[in-house]
Design a binder for this molecule. Structure first.
Ligand SMILES: CC(C)(COP(=O)(O)OP(=O)(O)OC[C@H]1O[C@@H](n2cnc3c(N)ncnc32)[C@H](O)[C@@H]1OP(=O)(O)O)[C@@H](O)C(=O)NCCC(=O)NCCS
Length: 171
């Protein structure tokens, strides 16, 4: 069963379960622990026998692509539990995310920040790596994202932007 729900309306138990899974998956990575991340706006969750087996979070934001303001959705914490990997759940969640981005959320752009090894996974789903400066906010000021950035575009935006400003905390 797959559900799409506003993150703020999820049961506390569900949020805690997701946080435990996220900490287990990414908590040990220094850059992840060091950065302050956005709170999600939406969660897409796959359950099997009442248990969470995979999920992805979405953040809605006006961002700036070469100073052009655009409606964007950030992909945050796509995770399939170890035991359930390779069954198509990741792909299914990303397709659901795509439908949210260009459908219900009427956004021009999906954007995700990721590690090198996942580029092929997202490319298969038509996401495109971009080489540009990506800025995000932290309480102490602006910072640059040093790893990979991928986009899925639905609008009339620059094909190869020089700079993207996430206009808030990263995801
Ligand atoms: C990335 C992740 C969500 C994929 O979930 P999944 O449910 O196993 O994905 P799927 O079963 O839908 O796999 C879809 C395809 O992508 C491939 N794939 C999965 N993980 C991959 C990876 N790390 N690198 C390259 N290809 C990958 C699969 O082999 C499959 O290919 P196929 O269609 O040719 O068989 C999962 O490996 C995971 O949770 N990883 C740890 C968390 C993480 O890094 N998340 C991404 C943050 S940016």
């Amino acid at each position: 069963m797959m559900i799409t729900q506003e993150y703020a309306k999820l049961a506390l138990k569900t949020k805690c379960e997701m946080k435990t899974i996220i900490d287990r998956e990414f908590g040990h990575i220094p850059i992840v622990a060091e950065i302050e991340w956005s709170v999600p706006d939406w969660s897409i969750i796959i359950y099997e026998e009442g248990q969470i087996v995979a999920f992805v979070n979405l953040i809605e934001r006006i961002i700036y692509v070469d100073t052009i303001a655009c409606r964007a959705v950030g992909i945050n914490n796509l995770i399939t539990l170890n035991k359930y990997r390779g069954k198509g759940y990741g792909q299914k969640l990303m397709l659901a995310a795509k439908h949210m981005i260009c459908g219900r959320l009427r956004s021009q752009l999906g954007i995700l920040l990721c590690a090198d090894n996942l580029i092929p996974f997202y490319q298969k789903l038509n996401w495109r790596e971009i080489q540009c400066t990506v800025l995000f906010n932290q309480t102490y000021g602006k910072r640059t994202w040093e790893a990979k950035t991928m986009i899925l575009s639905f609008g009339n935006l620059p094909n190869s932007p020089c700079q993207i400003d996430l206009n808030g905390l990263p995801w």
